[in-house]
Write a protein that binds this ligand. Sequence first.
Ligand code: PMP
Length: 407
Amino acid sequence: TPAAVAAAPEDPLFGLMKAYREDPSDKKVDLGIGAYRDNNAKPWILPVVKKADDAIHNDPSVNHEYLSIGGLADFTSAAQKLIVGADSPAIREKRICTLQTISGTGAVHLGGLFLSKFHPAQPKPTIYLSNPTWANHNQIFTNVGLTLAKYPYFSAKTKGLDFDGMIAALRAAPAGSIILLHACAHNPTGVDPSQEQWKQIAALMRERRQFPFFDTAYQGFASGDLVRDAWAIRYFVEQGFELCVAQSFAKNFGLYGERTGAFHFVSAPGADASTAIQHIASQLAILQRSEISNPPAYGARIASKVLNDPVLFAEWEEDLRTMSGRIQEMRRGLRERLEKRGTPGTWDHITTQIGMFSFTGLNENQVKILRDKWHVYMTKNGRISMAGLNTHNLDYFAEAVDSVVRE
Ligand code: PMP
């Protein structure tokens, strides 16, 4: 009976947001949720999104009919080109299919569900997740019945990539395993493999016949360069992998609440590749129909308008550089302040890590003091959302960190 259902714990991240909102202090700093903020700590509507939104609003042909099961076709084709490149062999050879999803989360879920049903290693294929990873990966893949395993990723000592540990774990993972890879701006660490390291990862995964599942939530947001942030995915496609990609437009368009994303499946090159992809697309459509019927239209319309218009696209790239540039400035600013104060420890990782987050190396106790005494909110693992920093709170935050590190 329902009375026998035990209470579940509150989601830690959304719990943190609530605690921040309820804190009356005027000094409070929100470094929890991964959402971009401008220099006044306010959400930022990208100017290009505003423009596209106005155009859609004034377009008399727009209505509230259902989209098709796979979503808005102009959006999915553009999303595909954005991630694998317009001249990708996967597009040329018609061996990629794309469905619009409920943002990145929905794409991760759809991919997980598909693999849980169709991966040849049945009844339960294993998916390897980086340690640590975006917390929701664990829940989503557990919910669809995959077996979870971990590969080492972050070195607490160097605050960089534990490349040897990662390679050793992938070498030991059974052939056919699914390997979840963050395409760029790894969440929560901000640490990515170099291109040379990606090549070694690909070579090993090919030898071990493993299946890459890319999660990309920060394309263009990480470096300000859309092509650079898609490099790993494009390299794996060029290498002829069968793979899939979960793509989010939450951060790079600032369309968080509009739930705009896509799931792509690429089959390996070969004579039957395009037939294979049609079969896969048809099965994905059945899964999608049973789960959400068809995706929401609003965000996809906005993204589609920008992605398909060269002038708007160029403006979008400008907006991406604004966001990534401000974050990089905050990274430099924080490192500089901590080094100037002589705060114990090394702080170069603040500027070598990339994207929305930095894994500071602060421990759980220090995080607690920051919250209780300084009204600074971040996740227990010491991750900070760089976008929560600005020129008004940077000195205060550096002072707070300096103090708790010395405590
Ligand atoms: N994957 C990763 C690694 C993420 O960091 C995020 C956003 N926090 C997502 C997926 C999906 O987010 P959304 O569903 O909002 O697109």
